[in-house]
Design a protein around this ligand. Structure first.
Ligand SMILES: Cc1cc2nc3c(=O)[nH]c(=O)nc-3n(C[C@H](O)[C@H](O)[C@H](O)COP(=O)(O)O)c2cc1C
Length: 220
């Protein structure tokens, strides 16, 4: 698989097969992902990857956990129409694929709750970093996460990032034994093999046309 194929075949996968992810494969991915860039080479990202009984125990803990105040604000751009439209479009595609009607608020809430079990993925990465990291290091962590997602594709694996998990940041830090004061929790990443047939993995996604976002100057 070349890079373009990895980029184009990656999508947020929200239904997985039962096939487990083996440790050797996931270690290979994470080992290569260390070569992601970061400003000042700080390499701010840290993570724990759960599988098997520990993941089952984590899901039991999360099932009983109360939702917290989000660890950070991811919703703010939705206050501008253009961004709200993009969110509406992806919601329409995703809930539509799940057969949930637009006005079925309870159904949508129930579908969102599937985040709590990370769509029953066989593996789950929990990503965090020290709170002293600022915007630049959040961005570095994003680059690393995308690097992980693309390397997973190379191994035939799929993933779904989960900022939803930041609604349980305290519970997660407690579960992992992380210092509440030192660590900011960023996101989860469901990892596993894609269920090819599930409609939730097959709805059409939208992207902004190239020339609406990128300018090319001095090429004539
Ligand atoms: C940092 C980050 C957090 C995300 N959090 C969630 C989440 O909590 N739940 C979810 O279902 N999708 C989540 N997504 C997936 C986005 O909805 C998805 O990337 C976007 O709709 C584009 O679709 P695609 O990934 O299939 O290309 C997240 C994506 C990113 C990059």
């Amino acid at each position: 698989m070349n890079v373009s194929e990895a980029v184009k075949t990656r999508r947020s996968v929200r239904a997985f097969t039962d096939q487990p992810v083996d440790l050797e494969t996931i270690r290979r991915v994470m080992d290569t992902a260390r070569w992601a860039p970061s400003g000042c080479n700080y390499q701010p990202w840290e993570a724990t990857i759960l599988s098997g009984k520990v993941l089952a125990d984590f899901r039991k803990t999360l099932a009983d956990a109360a939702m917290e105040q989000a660890e950070y604000d991811w919703a703010a751009p939705g206050n501008e129409d253009a961004y709200k439209q993009r969110l509406d479009n992806v919601s329409k595609g995703m809930f539509g694929a799940m057969g949930i009607a637009r006005d079925d608020t309870a159904g949508r809430m129930q579908a969102m709750e599937r985040n709590r079990t990370s769509f029953d993925s066989p593996a789950l990465m929990l990503c965090y970093f020290p709170r002293l990291m600022k915007e630049a290091q959040w961005s570095d962590t994003g680059m690393w996460l995308q690097t992980v997602a693309l390397l997973l594709r190379e191994e035939g694996l799929d993933s779904c990032f989960q900022e939803y998990m930041a609604l349980f940041a305290n519970t997660i830090r407690d579960f992992l034994g992380l210092d509440q004061h030192r660590y900011m929790f960023f996101c989860g990443m469901a990892i596993g093999y894609r269920d090819q047939d599930d409609p939730v993995n097959n709805f059409e996604r939208e992207r902004v046309p190239l020339d609406d976002q990128i300018k090319f100057l001095g090429w004539e």
